[in-house]
Design a binder for this molecule. Structure first.
Ligand SMILES: C[S@@+](CC[C@H](N)C(=O)[O-])C[C@H]1O[C@@H](n2cnc3c(N)ncnc32)[C@H](O)[C@@H]1O
Length: 218
């Protein structure tokens, strides 16, 4: 199990903490957790404020292919794939790779990129309908923290089951009280969040042996 930042080439976002504090109402949290239009393509107060393909995942896809030494014919699963941007870019940077996605959002799958039609499964990462060890690599970027702790552990176990020792999980985290305060002023969907030590404990509990990294608002 290794701490490795596979999103180091992801563009840094500029967030306005003051503004989010006002918009972080119970109603906005409820709407965002439906993972429907409001979350992806509604206002910034309930999610992304427009989740559109712009190629930003291409360098990350390159780093994932290099890190896991992926080759044409290998099967990869992106858990919480949303509209399939990373699935599309993995196919682009490594033609012949067998890339699939899974997401709980019917809205996201109905609005997926044309290149990934038929590759995305509607489902819950708590229980994924694939045999043991059926993927060379399973990715879960900013997905499992959306579950309560016990379910989050189940989801991490599922990732380990599908690709033992070859997972990559990225989750919301903070390294100081200041970072935690900023995180709490922004969070809409995450139900489980810890500092890195807390996450490592959860990964141990789940028997996870893959790689991982943190999404931290700085
Ligand atoms: C923060 S978004 C991340 C999307 C994408 N991985 C990315 O980094 O841009 C979280 C995604 O997880 C999905 N999701 C939330 N809970 C889920 C669950 N229990 N099972 C599968 N997908 C889930 C949401 O629909 C959403 O697409």
């Amino acid at each position: 199990m290794a701490e490795v930042n596979l999103l180091k080439r992801y563009p840094r976002s500029k967030r306005n903490v003051e503004k989010r504090n006002v918009a972080q109402s119970e109603e906005n949290i409820r709407l965002s957790r439906e993972y429907g239009r409001e979350y992806f393509d509604g206002s910034r107060d309930t999610g992304y404020g427009g989740y559109r393909y712009d190629g930003r995942w291409i360098p990350i896809a390159e780093d994932i292919v290099a890190h896991f030494d992926l080759k044409p014919g290998d099967r990869v699963l992106d858990v919480g794939c949303a509209k399939g941007f990373l699935v599309k870019d993995l196919l682009k940077v490594c033609p012949g790779l067998e890339v699939f996605g899974l997401d709980i959002s019917e809205y996201a799958l109905l609005h997926c990129e044309p290149e990934v039609v038929g590759r995305l499964h509607l489902g819950n990462c708590l229980r994924m309908p694939f045999p043991d060890s059926s993927f060379k690599t399973v990715l879960a970027i900013n997905t499992v923290h959306n579950l309560e702790r016990a379910e989050c552990i189940e989801a991490v176990r599922e990732i380990e089951r599908l690709a033992p020792g070859r997972g990559y999980i990225q989750v919301d985290s903070y390294r100081s009280p200041e970072e935690e305060e900023i995180f709490l002023s922004w969070v809409l969907t995450a139900k489980t969040h810890y500092d890195p030590a807390g996450w490592r404990q959860l990964f141990d509990e789940a028997g996870y042996t893959g790689d991982y990294y943190w999404t931290i608002i700085e």
